[in-house]
Design a binder for this molecule. Structure first.
Ligand SMILES: Nc1nc2c(c(=O)[nH]1)N[C@H]1C(S)=C(S)[C@@H](COP(=O)(O)O)O[C@H]1N2
Ligand SMILES: [Mo]
Length: 376
């Protein structure tokens, strides 16, 4: 103890150079990945693509996106407050919410920034490639019944959902918050969820309660929910009017990001090369499989590309009305180098683009997927 303590106190006299006042730029870049992007990429996580094999993604394999810090919440102290432009404010404990009528629904969530890291120039944020997606069984109580109990005032136009997490983004300090119009909030599929895959929510997925808005990109499904407030004019919070917009540049007001655009992904065939993740398959028959989903109607078609030729895949029934479906395709692999691809079409007629239109924050990127494969 004595010798160690001496060493520490003598070290405290040694000077070092503090790194203060570093300028932060958030302009899209053509440069290499930055330490800040790597820092976000290691905090958040994507689905390992081989987990596309599961109808329901095991919780530990589901993607994760957290803007600020994961709050530590004691359920005994926690309350949900419903107020603002309502006639009957409501305050509920977790036990009271768990005692309400419940539903369990499989929902595919995807981050609106999925695909961002492939854009050039690359918007600086969480650098997703394609893996920001997952499907869980969410259990909770329908929001609409609670809004009815609170009795919205006639002038209520939007409902604001706030989380317990606070931070600074775009120079604005705020609790993470998003809104829905009253009509969207009243949709029967919108849930206040307290379980994911049959277990209480894990801290990182929103314990003790989160919103689940099926069909919408993930930012709408506010985690660590503490307050639901009815307001008489459109919400102007940062995550509503600045982030999550399709913008052409920093000053563009842009269009709101809302429903999930159609996308198909392939379960990586064969075996990977460790570092590049390039796929290696045995020549001959290879069954290709994957998932497809859209927030704008059911998936109606998945096509698989083999070296530039498209052919239709076989579609399974979706896992749920708001969840992905499986697809499969039989491929005869000739020895050599190949490029496989997949793209989906939804009931609204949307099809994934071969060239991705660029936007300033890298939102709603649903470029078709290309998968290089070596057959041996
Ligand atoms: N309170 C709060 N809710 C949040 C977020 C957040 O940072 N804070 N991230 C949102 C975003 S951008 C996404 S994509 C989803 C991710 O949900 P998951 O981590 O459970 O997959 O949560 C959303 N809800
Ligand atoms: Mo997200």
């Amino acid at each position: 103890m004595g010798a160690g303590a001496n060493t520490v106190s003598s070290l405290s006299a040694v000077a070092y150079t503090p790194l203060v006042g570093r300028a932060e730029t958030l302009e899209p870049t053509d440069g290499p990945l930055t330490v800040e992007e790597l820092q976000l990429a290691t905090r958040n996580r994507g689905i390992p693509l081989e987990a596309l094999q599961y109808d329901i993604t095991p919780t530990g394999l589901h993607y994760l996106l957290v803007h600020f810090d994961i709050p530590v919440i004691d359920a005994a102290d926690w309350r949900l407050r419903i107020g603002g432009r309502v006639h009957t404010p409501v305050e509920l404990t977790l036990d009271q919410i768990r005692a309400l009528p419940s539903r369990t629904v499989p929902v595919t969530l995807e981050c609106a920034g999925n695909g961002r890291a492939r854009l050039a120039p690359r918007p600086l944020s969480q650098p997703w490639l394609v893996e920001a997606v997952g499907t869980a069984q969410w259990t909770g109580t329908p929001l609409a019944a609670l809004l009815e109990r609170a009795e919205l005032a006639d002038d209520a136009v939007e409902i604001v959902f706030s989380g317990a997490d606070r931070g600074v983004q775009g120079d604005v300090e705020h609790d993470y918050a998003r809104s829905l119009t009253v009509a969207d909030a009243m949709r029967p599929e919108v849930l206040l969820a307290y379980e994911m895959n049959g277990r209480p929510l894990e801290p990182q997925h929103g314990f003790p309660l989160r919103l689940i808005v099926p069909g919408w990109y993930g930012m709408t499904s506010v985690k660590w929910l503490t307050s639901i407030e009815a307001i008489a004019s459109p919400f102007e919070g940062f995550q509503q009017v600045d982030a999550y917009r399709y913008k052409s540049d920093a000053d563009d007001v842009g269009e709101p990001v809302q429903r999930i655009r159609v996308r198909a992904l392939m379960t990586p065939p064969g075996i990977p090369d460790f570092f590049s993740r390039r796929r290696i398959v045995d020549r001959g028959h290879v069954q290709l499989r994957g998932r497809a989903w859209s927030g704008e109607g059911p998936v109606t078609r998945v096509e698989v590309g083999v070296d530039g030729e498209w052919a239709d895949a076989v579609l399974d029934a979706p896992v749920g009305e708001f969840a992905w479906c499986a697809w499969s395709f039989d491929w005869q692999a000739a020895p050599g180098e190949h490029e496989l691809a997949c793209r989906a079409t939804d009931g609204a007629g949307n099809v994934q683009p071969a060239e991705q239109p660029w936007n300033y924050q890298g939102m709603g990127n649903n470029l078709l997927q290309r998968v290089p494969v070596t057959a041996r």
